[in-house]
Design a protein around this ligand. Sequence first.
Ligand SMILES: [Zn+2]
Length: 394
Amino acid sequence: MRTLGLAFCLISAMSALPGAAVAQSSCARVFTPSSRPQDVAEKLKALEDIYRATKNPDLLTNAQGLLAKEGIETLLDDSREFPGLIILPQGDSRISKIARGLDRRGVELRYSIAALVEKSVHASYSPWHRTITMDAASFGAKGPSPSLLHEIRHAVDADWAVQTENGFERLFQAKITTREMEREATLPGAVSKNSYTTYFSLDEILAHRQSAGIALRRLKREIDAEKHANLLRYLQQHALRFIHFSESWKATSRVFEGELSRRNLAVEPVRHASSKKYFWVSLIVDEPASLNWFQKNILRQTEGNPWQGLRMTLLFNERDTAVLHRGEKDAQKIFLKRLEKIDVLLGALEAPAREFYEATMTFKPGQSTERMENALRDLHRALAEHRRDLDRMG
Ligand SMILES: [Zn+2]
C-alpha cells in the first residue's frame, strides 16, 4: 500500500517554448538550422535518459537549475526512498500554482528522476506520504499531463473522504492488496492483462472516469493520425479496466465474506493520519484453514488457506470503528453493510461501463464520438446519483 497508482500518458510531443531559442548562440543557429529549441519538459526527459544509463544522483541538481530558469522554485529532499525536488508552493508558474493548491490540502508535489526511472511509472500518488510524484511532461508548455491530473484526483478524493459530508468519496477509499501473501499472488478475479492485479483501490474508478473524459475531449480535437490512435487505445484500455475493476472487487469481496463467516480474519484499525475522526480498518485473512490428518499425511498437502495474508482496507468513521470493538456480530454487520453498499454501486455502473467498452472497441476514426460520449455521461450520471444518496447518509 506504499505507493499507489499507475497512470499512462500517451501524449508526449511538446511544443517548444519561444524563450528557449534565446539560449542558442548565433553560431549554433547557422550550423544546426534544423535543431528545434527544447522546452524544459524535453530537457528533463533527456536527464531521465542519462540517469537510466548512468544512475548519477547529481542529475537532480541539473534538473533543479533548469526549473529555476523557468521560475519554478524547488527544494532538494533526500529523506525519502528516492531523492527528489519538492515543488515549492510559491511563484507564478503554472506548476507552482498547482503545488500551492495541493499544499493547502497537505499534499506535496515532487519531481524525482530516480523514482520515475526506477519504478517506471509516469506519475504516482502515495497516500501515506501524501505526496504526488509528477512527470517531466507536466512542466512543459501543454501544462499538467493526464497522468498528473489522474494523481491529483486521487489526492483530492483522499482529502474529501475525511470530510463528514462526503460519504461518496469515503466509499471509494477501499483498497485490496496481496502484498502480505506468502507466495506471489494476484487478487481474486484479477485479469493478468490488467495492471492492478496485486493492489487495487476503488478510487481508481473515479480517477479513471476523469482520465477517460480528458482523453475523449482530446481525441475529438486531435487531427494527427498517430496521436489519435494512441488516444483511442488509451480510452479502450480505460473502458476495459472499468469492467476488470468491478469483477476483481466483487470476487475479492466474496472471499472476504466467506472468511468473515469462517472467522478467519484479523481486524486492524489504524487512526487516519490527517483526520482524527476516521480510521483505516483492515481485514486480513490470517487463520490458515487447518489441514486434516488425511490431507497432511496421505495427500501430503502443505498449503493452508490460499488467501492467507490478503488484505482489504476500508475507511470508517469513529462511531463505526467503536462498534467494531463491541463484538464479532456487530463487527460483521458493519463490514457486510459496507461491502453491500459497494456492490450496489458497482451494479449501477455495470451497464454504462459495458456500453462504454463496446463504444470504444467499435469506434473507427472519422466516426462520430457520440456513442462514447453518451456512455461516459451515463457512467457519470450513475456515479452522481450515488453521490447524492451517500452524501445524504454520511
Ligand atoms: Zn490511479
